[in-house]
Design a protein around this ligand. Sequence first.
Ligand SMILES: *Cc1c(COP(=O)(O)O)cnc(C)c1O
Ligand SMILES: [Zn+2]
Length: 379
Amino acid sequence: MFNDENNHLFCQRCHQKYLLNDNRWKCACGGMLDISFNATFNLEKIKASKPTLWRYREAIPIDNDDNIISFDEGFTPLIDMKINNKRLFIKLDQLFITGTYKDRGASVLISKIKELGIQKIIEDSSGNAGSAIAAYCAKAGIDCNIYVPESTSVAKVTQIENYGAILHKIAGSRKQTADVAAKAAEFSYYASHYRNPFFFQGTKTFAFEIWEQLNFNVPDTVLIPTGNGTLFIGTYLGFKDLLNNNLINKIPKLVAIQSDKCDPIYQMFTQNLNELPSIDQKPILAEGIGITNPLRVKQIIDIIKETSGYVMTVSDDEINKALKDIATQGLFVEPTSASSIAAFNKYNMSKNEIIVLPITGHGLKTTDKLVKKELFTAN
Ligand SMILES: *Cc1c(COP(=O)(O)O)cnc(C)c1O
Ligand SMILES: [Zn+2]
């Protein structure tokens, strides 16, 4: 249904086009693929649909409903809170079936993989994306190989193994894990959450839900923990779909949050660099965003510029404090998620500014490391 002129894969580098149902995960030239897709919205139908991310069915490029792999996930609560007397909206994306927003991307990507008839996939992750891909592969009956760095938290590794995925623990950095996985994927299908464009067709539903939950309005600002940018880019794509349909009149300011121990996007943006700086591998509390070489960094910076956003960094101490503060309000979150709360604490908010931030991951994901007060190892 979506294989026509307006709907295709295209290469970021050489602009070559492919059908949406082509089962390649990168361009013949090696470049990264993106999706051009005419998302539409049928408001009456949306309002009458189940409260899941699949209520935006016409905006998600899956042909056949029979291929949808779903636990009725999504439409997570958007709650009104006060932190340090400043008001904001918090979106509870830790409530997904695997404990993080990554299920948004996994549901759509694994549905597409089922649609393509692919039987076996490769993915690499610092834990959460691997868990999400493994869970949805389990539901779909697809063979799943997950590559993680040796230092990945016990809770995440245990979760991946219990879903029945084949786990490959790789010595060395997060980047070394990614390199080994990419090599294995030459002979398989790479269900990479940061490379595969269908993952972003799932994370974009984060924006649709915010829009609907704010009574079909956009917030002024969204603060997003950002490593590879799977939620950051997805949020942009979602608001862009709404803008293209004249359902909103602006895209909110998108602010990327990084750890001050692993801040390649911050450095590139503030110093106007053309290439990624080289970042030393250091122990880092926000393990989910400890990415030294985000492949989609140029895309992320273009989005920051287009939305008049910027990048903020936070320290481990600030993250720790934010994690404890928000827990005393009843939300137990993983340190990576607490980074956006730490950023909000020092964010210079204007009067009546409407700010949204996600809780990207559940605190139970990292209890083991919090108990041991261990620092996580950045890639
Ligand atoms: C994956 C993840 C993020 C965002 O990471 P990206 O690398 O930007 O995709 C944020 N928080 C948590 C808990 C995550 O698992
Ligand atoms: Zn190309």
